[in-house]
Design a binder for this molecule. Structure first.
Ligand SMILES: [Zn+2]
Length: 197
C-alpha cells in the first residue's frame, strides 16, 4: 500500500473509531499512527499559514480597491466568514494531533490528563467573560481583542465549538489556549487554573 493510501486509511479509522474509543485506547490499538503525528502537525500548520496569508491578501485588496464602504464591508465579511471556518477546522485538528502526541509519550492515564479533559469541556465563554466584554450577535459573541489595541471588535467566541478566534491578530484556540495567552501561563498551569475555577 502506498503511503498516501495508508494515510487515508488511518484517518478513516480515526474517524470511525472516535465515538467508540478514547484517544489513549485508540493510540494503543493503532500504534503505527504515533510515527506519523509530528509530520501531520507540520503539514496542518503549513496549510493553516497559507489560508491565513491568502485571507489577509484578499482583505488588503478589498481595502485598497473596494469602491464603496458597503462593498468593502461585504467582501471583507465574506472572506472572514470563510476564513474562520477553515482556520477553526485546521486549528482543532492541530490541537487534536498535539494531544495525541502528548498521550503517545505518556504511559498511563494521569490525574493531569483527567484535568485536561475537564478543562477542555469547560465553557470558554465563562473564561473569556472574566477578561473581555462581549456582545452576542446571532449564535456567537464578539468584543474588542484583549491581545492588542483596537477600535472595532475582531475577537469572537464560538460557543458551539468552545473556540475563540480573532480576525485581527489571528489568535485562536480553546479555553486553555485563551488562558495561556491572556494570563501568560504554561499549558500545565492554565489547565490547573481552569480546574480550580
Ligand atoms: Zn486579536
Amino acid at each position: 500500500m502506498i503511503e498516501e493510501d495508508l494515510d487515508i486509511a488511518l484517518e478513516k479509522r480515526l474517524e470511525e473509531s472516535q465515538p467508540k474509543y478514547t484517544d489513549r485506547e485508540w493510540l494503543n490499538i493503532f500504534p503505527e499512527f504515533k510515527e506519523m503525528i509530528p509530520d501531520k502537525i507540520k503539514e496542518l500548520a503549513i496549510e493553516r499559514d497559507i489560508v491565513v496569508k491568502e485571507a489577509n491578501r484578499k482583505i488588503s485588496l478589498i481595502e485598497k480597491h473596494g469602491q464603496t464602504s458597503l462593498g468593502r464591508w461585504f467582501y471583507g465579511e465574506w472572506v472572514r466568514t470563510n476564513e474562520v471556518e477553515t482556520v477553526k477546522r485546521l486549528t482543532l485538528e492541530i490541537k487534536r494531533f498535539e494531544w495525541l502526541k502528548y498521550l503517545a509519550g505518556t504511559k498511563e492515564k494521569s490525574k493531569f490528563e483527567e484535568k485536561v479533559l475537564l478543562a477542555r469541556e469547560y465553557p470558554i465563554l465563562d473564561l473569556v467573560l472574566k477578561h473581555v466584554i462581549l456582545k452576542k450577535h446571532g449564535k456567537d459573541w464578539f468584543g474588542l481583542c484583549p491581545f492588542r489595541k483596537e477600535k472595532t471588535p475582531s475577537f469572537s467566541v464560538i460557543t458551539k465549538d468552545n473556540f475563540f478566534y480573532c480576525f485581527g491578530c489571528q489568535e485562536s484556540g480553546s479555553g486553555i489556549d485563551f488562558i495561556m495567552k491572556i494570563e501568560e501561563l504554561s499549558f500545565r498551569r492554565a489547565v490547573e487554573r481552569i480546574a480550580i475555577g
